[in-house]
Design a protein around this ligand. Structure first.
Ligand code: KG4
Ligand code: ZN
Length: 337
């Protein structure tokens, strides 16, 4: 199964055989977005156009698999940036049509969960998933990764990675800021500043039990930075980074583990770029162990956007006998799970 991913700023091509990874090529345009402090959709689309054919050729070379040999072509058709998605969808259609292969348009979020099969073997039975990246923050209940996923909760404003990136900017750190905050926070005190934990109060339980909100937290950090500057005090950057990071990771892991307990799930899959965060991993491991829940986190290169995750889901979709997509498959920026 050949998988193509282009929903944001990574052009990914992967080739798998069942749950075996044969090729995993990712070309990122992140460097081109640095000076804008975030992903610029038009820049991302153009970068996909340039990177797609070289990435495909690299994947064939790495695996020794020729396009003639693949059984099917899978592609992310949403959610994501429309222009970026269109490049991958057009490439996948061209390959499917030219080489007479079935085409499978797949959901990016489901692929983030399915990729763990390449690392830890088949996902059996019901699991929960916490997906946290620059573009998404969701808790999913997964009964079947190919066709039965329930969105339990999501961010109502900024994504978790986006919050890391915006706060990093406030602290004068480069984009993408998550890894920088993680590094600096290691020298700070996570209890130094009591930043807000949004949507965790009793009054939020009815409507936003499993949802997240990070924009108020970002504003709280901003106000704190301004207050310190006005008072003429030097900002304790490590303490701010550690306290902010703690607030994000505390809420993410608390809700994810509570969702597992509430829905009688004993396995939690974690994916997305923020899964690299050391505090998130610490809390996830600690809380999952206390609750008797197994956590599955694929290795970093598979957590962030890539084509292998699409191929992994594609292989599962074929295995379960689902029908292919038609060649007029649209890119759908708001595709639901
Ligand atoms: O999954 P990803 O590569 O791309 C998408 O956004 O889809 O995730 C990138 C996000 C960025 O916001 C980045 O700041 C964040 O993941 N990130 C981290 C860490 N490493 C990457 N956030 C917190 N701690 C990290 N160590
Ligand atoms: Zn993603």
């Amino acid at each position: 199964m050949l998988g193509i991913e282009s929903s944001c700023d990574e052009t990914g091509v992967g080739i798998v055989r069942g749950t075996e990874l044969l090729a995993h090529v990712v070309a990122s345009s992140v460097d081109e977005h640095v000076r804008f402090g975030g992903v610029v959709p038009e820049v991302a689309s153009r970068a996909h156009l340039e990177a797609m054919v070289p990435a495909l050729e690299q994947a064939y070379a790495d695996s020794g698999v020729r396009i003639q040999d693949v059984d099917a072509v899978a592609v992310t058709c949403g959610p994501g940036l429309t222009g970026a998605l269109l490049v991958g969808v057009a490439a996948a259609k061209a390959l499917a049509l030219a080489h007479d292969k079935p085409l499978y348009g797949l959901n990016h979020l489901a692929a983030h969960v399915a990729v763990d099969q390449l690392e830890h073997g088949r996902i059996e039975g019901r699991v929960a998933a916490l997906l946290v990246s620059g573009g998404h923050s969701e808790i999913l209940l997964v009964d079947d990764i190919t066709c039965d996923i329930t969105l339990l909760g999501q961010t109502i404003d900024d994504a978790a990675g986006e919050a890391f990136d915006k706060v990093a900017r406030l602290l004068g750190l480069p984009y993408p800021g998550g890894p920088h905050i993680d590094r600096i926070a290691a020298d700070g005190d996570p209890t130094a500043i009591a930043f807000p934990r949004a949507l965790t109060a009793a009054r939020d339980q009815a409507r936003h039990r499993w949802d997240f909100s990070f924009s108020g937290l970002k504003s709280a950090v901003s106000r704190h930075v301004q207050r310190e500057a006005l008072a003429g005090r030097e900002l304790p950057v490590a303490d701010v980074a550690a306290s902010f990071q703690d607030a994000v990771c505390d809420v993410l892991t608390r809700k994810a583990v509570e969702a597992c307990l509430e829905h009688d799930v004993s396995t939690l899959v974690i994916g997305g770029g923020v899964a690299a965060n050391s505090r998130l991993r610490h809390y996830a491991e600690q809380r999952a162990a206390e609750a008797g829940i197994e956590i599955r986190v694929p290795r970093m290169g598979l957590c962030t956007d890539n084509g292998a995750m699409v191929a992994a889901l594609g292989a599962e979709v074929v295995r379960r006998g689902h029908r292919p997509s038609s060649l007029d498959l649209p890119a759908d920026s708001g595709l639901p799970v």
